[in-house]
Design a binder for this molecule. Structure first.
Ligand code: B3K
Ligand code: ZN
Length: 853
């Protein structure tokens, strides 16, 4: 496949002034008529090129005159017309088959209803069109469908005329007054239950809000609606952004390739990120719904009103919008807890990506398959870069720059350079070096050396930075790394500042007043920059840091650093048992934080195997997993009484998904996790009774997960009970599959994949087995005999045939293969070679060839 290059960008030589779409909806054969009002803006001899894929052309005419076949060239990927007039109307009619669309891109059926997914390049599977984000146009849509089966007809913008036509069919017209790129087009048709509400904007406009769900699910849409209203308010208060249409619709669909989609005025969601109640959803689900509803809503300004010139600029909308949703969540909950969770995710997913063969910069300069560019680097690292920008500028100047961006570029498709020009203008700063964050891949490593002279009371801190080589980038320049720092003594902060570290090396010195003791140096507080800090601190200083750090992130990270070292030592056999003093210190940190249970829960959570992969290579996931469990068991030993008392109290309050109660449940579930790893004789029985007593899904699932990792009767009892209770709720059944895949081995996966409820056409279900295993159960997936790879390979080969985006996403689990211990590494490579020889989709072939690259 030919790679697309950023440097090849050229503007489209025509403007599409108006798009009128007519859909005659039938599952097997939908007729789509597109009237495009076109005007030439480029070279007089430029041909009109339209993208089109899997479309059956029925008719084509210019200004009412049908075109002979000689007037156009039709290929697998589109339609080219030479010699078109300077201004004209093109009318095409095509037939498509939504019921056969299992790729879930374009117009497809889910649960017997019509829905669409067009980002990035799905619109070309609906009609012939310049399917690129810099072509923005006004759309109207008219849909006709069977009235009984599809009583609700939705599209972007504002609803217009409706009525009945022949044969029990009806129609609806929608008009979107805002210019948009085709990837934001959406259409939904079906029979839904609707949860309605209203929001009054800051200028007093009343917006009709509606969440459309499967029949019988309306009550479970309340939290999504509540999250939407809070998001609308937050964007007004924080960024001064008001909603711009009279209606805002959300539709939940069961078969969806990712979380959700920000289509203008009609967001389409994976039902997993809409539906929640106490009995069926965990606190993590409630949190994810809150943040994804916010994310998609925030795209209305950062993505829709201002979009990307080309897909290389994806982080322009995604990194920025993730940054916005993270801050929304921080404001809704606890800022330090949110920051820690964001960093856990960043380290586990993005640092791994940055360190492997799929590494790419936040704004890549080339791609093979656009679907594969929706990565942790573009999203999560993209968000970190905006966070650094804001810290450098300060809140106020950042907001001024954002205001200028909204003002200057509203209605346009722009680049990262356009975005930064706004901040350069309001601040007078030059962001040239800072923008290396967009072009240089790899996680910068900053090593720290410290000295203390007791005579002169001088502290010296020397920082050195290095950006590791990544595919296609061997020589890197020093980055501009902002880091918040402090000097700390046992009274608290002696000094706080922000360092802008821009050279390869920097030494900071401080002369402390007479009588001062050696201070602790606190670096990269609140994880200011997404870097890996290399610091050789002795045990005593590390323990002091846990006690004295005034930055909650760094305090938590000090515990993490110690736990990581301990797990590594245990896994390598250089130490047989966990060090008692260290386990004591962790336990003391946990109990000491019990007035902030959400924070205590994070302290009790030891680093996952995927966070340890980067620490020492080659990595041995089986040994790391065993070592981690050993440390968990030791920690449980210290916390036994505390755990008994915390788990012994049952809450009498009515359930509330908000931060306060969720924090208490987080601590309980963390302790349930430790109990499960403890190896204690009574663990099975205790977990089973916790399972039975749990009144909410958060604690029920924690107990079930614990049981799933044990052998014996209690495990079988709980799994059978859970399945019987929830067999008709697909989202909960995904959890049932997920806990087993997350704790089992290849044989477990084989059994799950043979279960009658396993369904290759449903991405959530496939992920609940294959991704839960390959991405969260690394000891199982990377089994040295290759059994984990073979069972996942089997699923991927089948899934890829049905849905290439899904197949490719699962394949990214192999990205760390080069860092593995020799046995697993050889098996992983053999598996990738078999996959390379198989008949894979273009998306999957792109991942495999880069992974082997
Ligand atoms: N913009 C969509 C992602 C589309 C993925 C296409 N392969 C959801 C989001 O980031 O909000
Ligand atoms: Zn997004």
């Amino acid at each position: 496949p030919v790679a697309v290059q950023l440097s090849d960008y050229t503007a489209y030589p025509f403007e599409i002034e108006q798009v009128d779409l007519r859909f005659d909806l039938h599952p097997d054969a939908t007729l789509v008529r597109a009237d495009l009002k076109i005007r030439r803006t480029g070279a007089a001899d430029a041909a009109l090129e339209l993208d089109g894929e899997a479309l059956e052309l029925k008719s084509i005419a210019i200004d009412g005159a049908p075109l002979p076949e000689s007037a156009y060239e039709l290929t697998e990927s589109g339609l080219t017309l030479q010699d078109v007039p300077n201004a004209f109307t093109l009318v095409t009619e095509v037939e498509i088959a939504p019921s056969k669309n299992t790729a879930l891109s374009g117009l497809y059926m889910s649960g017997g209803r019509f829905c669409t997914q067009c980002e990035a390049i799905g619109f070309r599977r609906i009609t012939f069109y310049p399917d690129r984000p810099d072509v923005m146009s006004r759309f109207t849509v008219r849909m006709t469908a069977d009235k009984e089966t599809y009583p609700i007809l939705l599209s972007n913008g504002t609803p217009g005329e409706t009525g009945d036509v022949d044969d029990g069919r009806h129609f609806a017209v929608w008009d979107d007054p805002h210019k948009k790129p085709a990837y934001l087009f959406a259409l939904c048709a079906g029979d839904y239950d609707v949860y309605r509400d209203q929001f009054t904007t800051m200028s007093g406009k009343v917006i009709d809000l509606a969440v459309h769900v499967d029949k019988g699910d309306a009550d479970r849409a309340a939290w999504a609606m509540d999250s939407l209203k809070r998001s609308m308010k937050w964007d007004e208060e924080t960024y001064g952004r008001e909603y711009d249409l009279g209606v805002f619709n959300i539709v939940a669909v069961r078969d969806f390739n990712f979380g959700a989609m920000e289509n203008k005025g009609l967001n389409i969601f994976n039902s997993a990120y809409v539906l929640a109640d106490e009995a069926s959803a965990t606190d993590a689900d409630f949190e994810a719904i809150e943040s994804i509803v916010a994310h998609e809503y925030f795209h209305n300004w950062t993505g829709n009103r201002i979009t990307c010139r080309d897909w290389f600029q994806l982080c322009l909308k995604e990194g920025l919008t993730v940054f916005r949703d993270q801050n929304f969540s921080a404001d809704m909950r606890s800022r330090p807890v949110q920051r820690i969770k964001d960093v856990i995710r960043l380290r586990a997913r993005q640092f791994a990506e940055d360190a492997g063969p799929l590494a790419h910069s936040v704004r890549p300069e080339t791609y093979g398959a656009i679907d594969n560019l929706y990565t942790a680097t573009v999203y999560e690292k993209g968000a970190e870069v905006i966070g650094m920008l804001r810290r450098i500028l300060g809140e106020e100047t950042y907001r001024k720059g954002m205001d200028l961006y909204f003002d200057r570029h509203d209605g346009q498709a722009v680049t990262i350079e356009d975005f930064y020009a706004c901040f350069e203008e309001v601040s007078g700063d030059d962001f040239t070096q800072f923008r290396l964050w967009y072009s240089q891949a790899g996680t910068p490593e900053v090593s720290v050396e410290e000295s203390w002279n007791p005579e002169t009371r001088e502290v010296a801190v020397t920082l050195k930075q290095r950006v590791p080589a990544t595919p296609g980038q061997t020589n890197k320049k020093p980055m501009l790394i902002p880091m918040e720092m402090a000097l700390i003594d046992d009274e608290g902060n002696m000094a706080e500042w922000i360092t802008l570290f821009e050279d390869e090396e920097l030494t900071l010195t401080f002369d402390l007043p007479e009588g001062s003791e050696r201070p602790l140096v606190s670096i990269n507080r609140d994880f200011t920059a997404p870097i890996r800090l290399k610091r050789n601190l002795d045990r005593e200083t590390q323990l002091a840091m846990i006690r004295l750090e005034t930055d909650p992130f760094n305090q938590w990270d000090a515990v993490q650093a110690l736990a990581k070292q301990e797990i590594l030592a245990l896994s390598e056999g250089s130490q047989a048992e966990p060090d008692d003093a260290l386990v004591d210190a962790i336990a003391a940190a946990v109990t000491g934080a019990s007035d902030d249970p959400a924070f205590a829960a994070l302290l009790a959570r030891l680093p996952d195997v995927n966070e340890l992969f980067l620490e020492r290579q080659p990595a041995d996931p089986v040994a790391l997993d065993a070592a981690r469990k050993k440390l968990q068991a030791a920690l449980y030993g210290k916390l036994r009484q505390f755990a008994d008392s915390v788990l012994g109290e049952s809450s009498t309050q009515a359930y509330d998904p908000g931060a306060e109660q969720a924090g208490e449940r987080a601590l309980r579930t963390a302790l349930i996790g430790l109990l499960a790893a403890s190896g204690a004789d009574e663990a099975g029985d205790r977990l089973l009774s916790l399972y039975k007593a749990a009144t909410n899904m958060t604690e029920k699932l924690a107990a079930l997960r614990g049981l799933a990792g044990l052998d014996g009767e209690a495990r079988e009892t709980a799994l059978a009970d859970f399945e019987a209770e929830w067999t008709s709720n697909p989202l909960v059944m995904d959890k049932w599959f997920g806990v087993q895949a997350g704790t089992g081995d290849a044989a477990t996966i084989e059994k799950l994949a043979a279960h009658s409820a396993f369904d290759l056409r449903n991405p959530n279900r496939v992920r609940s087995v294959a991704a839960a295993f390959a991405m969260q159960n690394l000891a199982g997936f990377h089994a040295p005999d290759g059994s984990g790879y073979r069972v996942v390979e089997d699923i991927i080969l089948k899934a890829d045939k049905v849905n290439p985006a899904l197949g490719a996403r699962l394949l990214t689990a192999f990205e760390q293969w080069r860092s593995l211990e020799p046995k697993a590494k050889a098996e992983a490579e053999a598996c990738l070679r078999r996959l390379q020889a198989a008949d894979l989709s273009k998306n999957s072939a792109d991942i495999v060839s880069r992974a082997l690259g």
